[in-house]
Design a protein around this ligand. Sequence first.
Ligand code: MG
Length: 380
Amino acid sequence: MKIASACIYALKIPFVESFSHSLSERDCSDSIVVRVTTESGISGFGEGVPRPYVTGETCEASVEYVKNELLPWIVGTDLDGIDLKRPFETVSSLLPEPACEGAVAWNASRCSLELAVIDCLFRHYDLSVNRALPPASQAVTYSGVITCGTTANVEAAAQRCKAAGFKTIKMKVSGDEDAERVAMVRDILGSSASIRLDANGAFNPDTAIRFLESVEKYDIECIEQPMPRGSPTDLAALRSSSPIPVMADESIVTIKDAHDLVRCKAVDYFNLRISKCGGIHNTLVISEIARSAGIGIQLGCQVGETAILSAAGRHLAAHLQGLRFVEGSYSTHLLVEDISEEDIRFGPTGRASTLAGAGFGITVCETLLNKYAEHTILVS
Ligand SMILES: [Mg+2]
């Protein structure tokens, strides 16, 4: 059964409230969704979240890249020729090695298409993706997140996290002045909560150490991306003098990044995100590199992911053993409306069940895709 056509949607869904960190403030999602459809009319959906400050991709460039560079390798593909025992590796190998001119990597673009073909493949056989990603647990527990903002906003967000019963919380920080807010958040959440910080590259080596020493007393699990993406040796130097474990996020985009960070002993944790890493195959490869090197893993998300990446993340989070932290599945906690018929959001305490329906286990509502698409491109 061949893939006969595809459609690319450039999607913008408003947020219920804006989300900010040191690199960006946004009030709507900005992602691309790809639908691939077989000759018999079975469709699969994938999503990528291009971010210039993460993978170097813009949504506009990503739409063009998917249309011109990736889809020609996919339209016409016979799904019956894909090995169901190694579907991620096989689908990933259908796509060309990403060119990197003008971008760190075309990973969000690649991710959108990998997920669409995988979803279509498993729907074609009426099987769940969990056949290829057997769950190690039947539920996933997500972290709460506190974004950058005024002291009053941070306090309100911490109170909401406490009321929702989150046991692990990530707090965005953007400078020295956040030390007092970290103290306040620790005070509100109590001593048993796991608190980690994400600086999105806000510090330099000197300000990073000064800040980390000032918040060490608040029992912080780790600092994510304290400095901008740069040399792994600089990150290794910071780690060697940091009183708090260090997690790479913007610094870990490609498989080569993973090897470089391991070789330099630069970090204690990787934050892997399916869109950032270029799909499930690459995320599995990097998680194995991390496991072999004794590096802990967080499975993170992009702000504004729809139900498609949420569902893919749910499957992967349930499958990966020893995951230290999980983020995602915000859905209508953040978006005014999500695009699946099912409610994909996490519940109280951040818990959510695994998914078992065909493909990624959600039903994408094309009426909503059309409602929020800035433009669509049909390819056949
Ligand atoms: Mg981050």
